[in-house]
Design a protein around this ligand. Structure first.
Ligand SMILES: Cc1cc2nc3c(=O)[nH]c(=O)nc-3n(C[C@H](O)[C@H](O)[C@H](O)COP(=O)(O)OP(=O)(O)OC[C@H]3O[C@@H](n4cnc5c(N)ncnc54)[C@H](O)[C@@H]3O)c2cc1C
Length: 442
């Protein structure tokens, strides 16, 4: 079968794939042929920005959401009078921005950036490149392939009262307006689902459960400056000593928000300064604390959440699930409460896994199954994503860095840790585009 030949193919048209395509076109100055393949009907939205709920807001101020690292006010200019730089606009608006940027980039590329709709089911390395087999489109051959395949749902349950995908359109379908709901997880995903429930005037009791019952902190109404002294003490030594230094800095200076803000551009370096046992300890003990302080909610979302809790409709519970019985009708769930160990049994009309997006290899998808089977892809040692080496090249089963297969975005969490938010992805996309262009230059 004849196929399209390219310098670079990007698999996945969510935010990461789109940001990389834009950077490749901007930096290559007319020399590059690129194909972006997306299996869904809309390129540019991905998981985060495809939401049908207008109340789902960005958890980052507009000022920090430019698609272009070298034009920090680009998104604010695009918004025009719609919103200001300190505002938290809807994720739907951000999806429109990404689509608009992509449309403009395609139009200016004069055919050098091609968009293809189809599911990439195999990536087969050949002598001079990689052949992509695509369900729904002709094969594509490219010198380099970047996997920007993003996130996946936290669970897999779909039947009866259980839902493993909190973002799927059927997560709340058929739910009686007064039915009690159990949300597993108390982070941003749980808050998304509570907002969706409120938007459809749900009247039933909502229980949100996690081991510690921690809620994401709220952004201050106005941004605070990231002013702190030297942060060197956070980049070396035992984890406990670093934590002590963090607490000292927060107390002595402008508070933990200022320290987190100052660290933001250095989060990858901070992660890379930990050895593997330290990373494991961080994930086991500190991750929930890191997450609720790093990934905060807009002030209006924080206020809304407090109101639902104060009204008695939403309860935040610290504990763990001991048993779930879903034989018929509602799910009967046994919960062991943190601290007392007391067990409670409740019936829920819906139980939704809100433990957050995953980005470890998904061997249920044909592409990742084939890559794993052929020894071209493996999970990183912590199971956070794909194992990647320098330049985010995929590491094979034998730990060899692929010269032609790379990854971008959430699947590279094992190497970068904070690589899920736009400010981190756009920076990485710009660097990767420059590296790719240099690597394939004649
Ligand atoms: C609910 C949510 C809210 C968020 N809110 C914010 C925020 O407010 N601010 C912020 O900065 N960041 C936010 N983020 C983080 C961030 O923007 C996301 O991490 C980002 O969208 C990642 O995009 P992605 O393209 O890597 O992944 P995804 O959005 O998951 O996109 C991956 C794409 O690849 C496609 N794909 C996968 N496999 C194949 C295949 N084999 N063939 C073809 N296509 C394929 C999928 O269909 C999908 O469209 C949020 C993330 C989530 C999940």
């Amino acid at each position: 079968m004849p196929y399209r030949s390219n310098d670079i193919a990007i698999v996945g048209g969510g935010a990461s794939g789109v940001l990389l395509a834009i950077q490749l076109m901007r930096q290559a100055a007319g020399r590059l042929q690129v194909t972006l393949v997306e299996r869904g009907p809309d390129i540019g939205f991905g998981l985060a920005y495809a939401t049908g709920c207008a109340g789902h807001l960005l958890n980052t101020r507009a000022a920090d959401m430019s698609a272009l690292p070298d034009e920090p006010d680009h998104f604010v200019r695009w918004l025009g009078h719609e919103a200001g730089s300190g505002d938290f606009v809807s994720r739907q608006t951000y999806g429109r921005y990404l689509q608009d940027m992509l449309k403009t980039t395609v139009a200016r590329s004069e055919g050098r950036l091609q968009l293809v709709t189809g599911n990439v089911v195999a990536a087969t390395p050949e002598r001079d490149g990689v052949l992509l087999t695509i369900d729904g489109a002709a094969p594509v051959f490219a010198g380099r392939v970047v996997l920007a395949t993003g996130h996946r749902a936290p669970g897999s349950g779909r039947g009866g009262a259980l839902r493993g995908d909190p973002w799927s359109s059927d997560a709340l379908d058929g739910l009686a307006p007064t039915a009690p709901v159990l949300l597993i997880g108390t982070g941003l995903t749980m808050i998304d689902v509570v907002i969706s429930l409120m938007e459809r005037d749900h009247m039933g009791q909502i229980v949100a459960l996690s081991r510690r019952g921690l809620l994401p902190r709220t952004h201050p109404v106005a941004p605070r400056p990231a002013v702190v002294g030297a942060t060197d003490a956070l980049f070396a030594g035992a984890l406990s000593a670093r934590l002590g230094a963090f607490r000292h800095m927060a107390r002595a200076g402008a508070g933990w928000e200022a320290v987190m803000q100052a660290l933001r551009p250095h989060n990858a370096a901070l992660w890379q300064s930990l050895d593997e046992p330290q990373r494991r300890r961080f994930l086991r003990h500190l991750r929930p604390w890191w997450d609720v302080h790093r990934h905060r909610v807009p002030p209006q979302v924080g206020r809304g959440l407090k109101a639902v809790i104060a009204a008695g409709q939403l309860s935040i519970v610290a504990g763990r699930i001991v048993a779930v019985d879903t034989v018929a009708g509602p799910a009967t769930v046994t919960i062991s409460l943190r601290g007392s160990g007391r067990r409670e049994v409740h019936d829920f009309g819906r139980v939704i896994d809100c433990t957050g997006p995953r980005s470890d290899p998904d061997v249920e998808t044909p592409l990742q199954a084939q890559l794993a089977r052929d020894g071209l892809l493996r999970a990183d040692p912590l199971g956070l994503g794909f194992d990647v080496g320098d330049g985010d090249a995929l590491l094979s089963r034998a730990a060899a860095a692929s010269p032609r297969l790379l990854a971008l975005g959430p699947p590279t969490r094992g190497r970068h840790w904070e690589i899920t938010a736009i400010p981190d992805i756009r920076k990485r996309a710009a660097t990767m585009a420059g590296d790719l262009i240099r690597a394939i230059a004649p």
